[in-house]
Ligand binder design. Structure first.
Ligand SMILES: Nc1nc2c(ncn2[C@@H]2O[C@H](COP(=O)(O)OP(=O)(O)OP(=O)(O)O)[C@@H](O)[C@H]2O)c(=O)[nH]1
Ligand SMILES: [Mg+2]
Length: 362
């Protein structure tokens, strides 16, 4: 279950800079080149190294998040015949959006709207996304009208739901806040509305504001406080420079110099996990110590299915050690001897940090 996030925002807000400081693949900032960048980032989790320090595995494998960085949106991007509609299609299949907000001023980096104004910028982008989603809803309304005419079961009900979304989007409010029952949302799933996706706002600030933010961040945070969204800030350019350093100790020293305990981008990944209700479990053996991403509440067979569908299909049982137990007893053997290796069946709900060994038979 790979998590996929799309990076959106106006032009020159620092999207590609952010992408470059997190993604394992680097891309050039090429003004005028209009294509999406696709990359992958590791989900930072020190517990992997802690486990590895006890079992000395051949390698440590992090969970990953796929990232899609699209060119900046502008007024008109939401129209279905605009060039940007192609990039918007690139982020249609993502689980969450990272909306980069420009909170830095710079004489050398022009702002396409002429001045720094985070709240206005967000509204411009939201407006375009609403226009695009409205378009999709309207087309589905036309299709559904025909079904209502031929008296198809449920068509009337679907129509009512679509009208709620239409009204909401016409008021330029995102689909994610539409007053629709949870179970009725399935009727629009196939449209993959962009404004339905959960969003993390990342305020991109100057180096000097990396630790405490600035007044633009405060203004922006206050403006979206009722949106039920996460707001973070980081200094993308500073982080990108640090990420360029080859040596891990150098990176750490530069981060500390800047007053940061961890790369700001870690905060972005952690926020995405919180927002999407995700957690990790581990597998640990001589070949690898590895983290896997699952939804909170998943059962042991479902979690096994994330590793491989055979493990879900042929699931027999899971042997489970809690991370804290493993760290205090220091081996599987000692956990077993102390009653800390639990044998669980198919109804077991996997916990964050569980170390699992799946027994299966296919
Ligand atoms: N001063 C300053 N400059 C920044 C910061 N973040 C990015 N920049 C600069 O802003 C310019 C644009 O950054 P990009 O990351 O390419 O912006 P983008 O949002 O990807 O732009 P588009 O792809 O055109 O939509 C680059 O020259 C960056 O070096 C920052 O925090 N401070
Ligand atoms: Mg870019």
């Amino acid at each position: 279950m790979g998590l996929k996030c799309g990076i959106i925002g106006l032009s020159n807000t620092g999207k590609t800079t952010l992408f470059n400081c997190v993604a394992n693949t680097k891309v050039q900032n090429q003004p005028g080149v209009q294509k999406a960048n696709i990359g992958q980032i590791d989900v930072p989790d020190d517990r992997l190294y802690e486990i590895d320090s006890l079992i000395h595995s051949a390698r440590v494998v992090h969970a990953t998040v796929d990232l899609v960085d699209i060119p900046g949106l502008t007024k008109g991007s939401g129209q279905s015949d605009s060039g940007a509609s192609r990039f918007l299609a690139d982020i249609q299949q993502t689980d969450a959006l990272i909306h980069v907000i420009r909170c830095f001023d710079s004489p050398t980096v022009p702002h396409i709207e002429g001045s720094v104004n985070p709240v206005r910028d967000k509204e411009i982008v939201d407006l375009e996304l609403c226009i695009r989603d409205l378009n999709l809803i309207e087309r589905k309304i036309q299709r559904t009208e025909k079904l209502v005419k031929v008296g198809e079961k449920d068509a009337r009900k679907v129509m009512d739901i679509l009208q709620v979304y239409r009204k909401h989007l016409e008021d330029f409010k995102p689909a994610r806040t539409a007053p629709v029952h949870e179970e009725d949302k399935k009727h629009i799933t196939e449209l993959s509305l962009i404004t339905e996706k959960p969003v993390i706002y990342v305020c991109n600030v100057d180096d000097a504001s990396a630790v405490n933010g600035n007044s633009w961040v405060e203004e922006f945070t206050a403006a979206v406080k009722n949106d039920n969204a996460e707001v973070l800030f980081l200094a993308a350019e500073l982080e990108a420079e640090i990420a360029e350093l080859e040596n891990a100790d150098d990176r750490k020293a530069f981060l500390e110099d800047a007053g940061l305990s961890q790369p700001g981008v870690n905060k972005v990944v952690q926020a995405a996990y919180r927002l999407l209700n995700l957690q990790s479990f581990f597998t640990a053996g001589p070949k690898e110590v590895r983290a896997w991403t699952i939804h909170k509440g998943m059962t042991a067979p479902q979690a096994a299915g994330v590793i491989h569908s055979d493990l879900e299909r042929g699931f027999i049982r899971a042997e489970v050690m809690k991370y804290a137990d493993f760290m205090s007893y220091k081996s599987e053997h000692a956990c077993r001897d102390n009653g800390k290796l639990f044998v669980e069946g198919k109804n077991y709900i996997v916990g964050d940090g569980d170390i699992l060994h799946i027994r299966f038979n296919v």
